[in-house]
Design a protein around this ligand. Structure first.
Ligand code: C5P
Length: 216
């Protein structure tokens, strides 16, 4: 089955701080986004990568047959929706955060297989902290920890399912597509994720990523 990858990279990275959004910070001498694109390009099943970036960067970006740049939107969900319009005629679509450079082909292949069979799949890792639902500084609920997983990316879908849920959820601001697919009644499988596939969110994450590259 043909595979396209969507990379939402139009965020401003406010939690990271600084002038340059985190996806353009250097890791091992290259922008993190470039590392992620190169890793997907080297995967034999990926026919197209669509990257959503800030509108002012679209004209500067180098478009190729396999890598397209489109303007993102005000939210991550809108950026993914904009990119989906340019994936072309593919059967499977993976959505991957621009700032997770350490995904493995083993996990990606398992996700593609699960999405082909069941419709949708995401990598999940067990939660080590207890998570409370809090409102007005008070605990309102404490979900059973063994029942919780933290959602990573790449999240993989049959293209028709991703199109369906993004159309139905238009205007929302979901932080991942797996949850949207489940909300609209699709089966979504969890595949074991990998703790090293973390999202570079804060400066200390980038420092840890540099150490991981040096040790690799
Ligand atoms: O903010 P967060 O870390 O959840 O963002 C996840 C990904 O979504 C990042 O790669 C970010 O660049 C992207 N994003 C986007 N468009 C937005 C907001 C975030 O493509 N409007």
């Amino acid at each position: 089955m043909s595979v396209a990858v969507i990379i939402p990279a139009a965020g401003s990275g406010s939690r990271f701080g600084g002038e340059i959004p985190k996806q353009f910070r250097l890791l091992g001498g290259k922008p993190i986004l470039q590392l992620v694109v190169e890793r997907f390009l080297a995967h034999e099943r990926v026919s197209r990568i669509v990257v959503a970036v800030a509108e002012m960067l679209v004209d500067e970006a180098k478009q190729t047959d396999r890598v397209k740049f489109v303007a993102g939107g005000a939210t991550r969900q809108q950026s993914v929706t904009n990119a989906l319009a340019s994936v072309g005629d593919v059967e499977l679509v993976a959505v991957h955060d621009a700032v997770r450079p350490f995904f493995t082909y083993g996990t990606f292949d398992a996700l593609l297989a699960a999405a082909a069979e069941h419709g949708a799949a995401f990598p999940g890792v067990p939660v080590t902290d207890t998570i409370h639902l809090v409102r007005d500084d008070r605990i309102v609920q404490t979900p059973d920890r063994p029942a919780l997983v933290a959602a990573q990316t790449p999240q993989c879908f049959r293209a028709a399912i991703l199109r369906d849920v993004l159309t139905r959820a238009a205007g929302d601001d979901a932080t991942d597509e797996a949850g949207l697919a489940a909300r609209f009644g699709h089966e979504v499988r969890v595949v074991p994720g990998d703790p090293t596939n973390f999202k570079i969110t804060r400066p200390e994450d980038l420092a840890m990523a540099e150490r991981m590259l040096e040790e690799a």
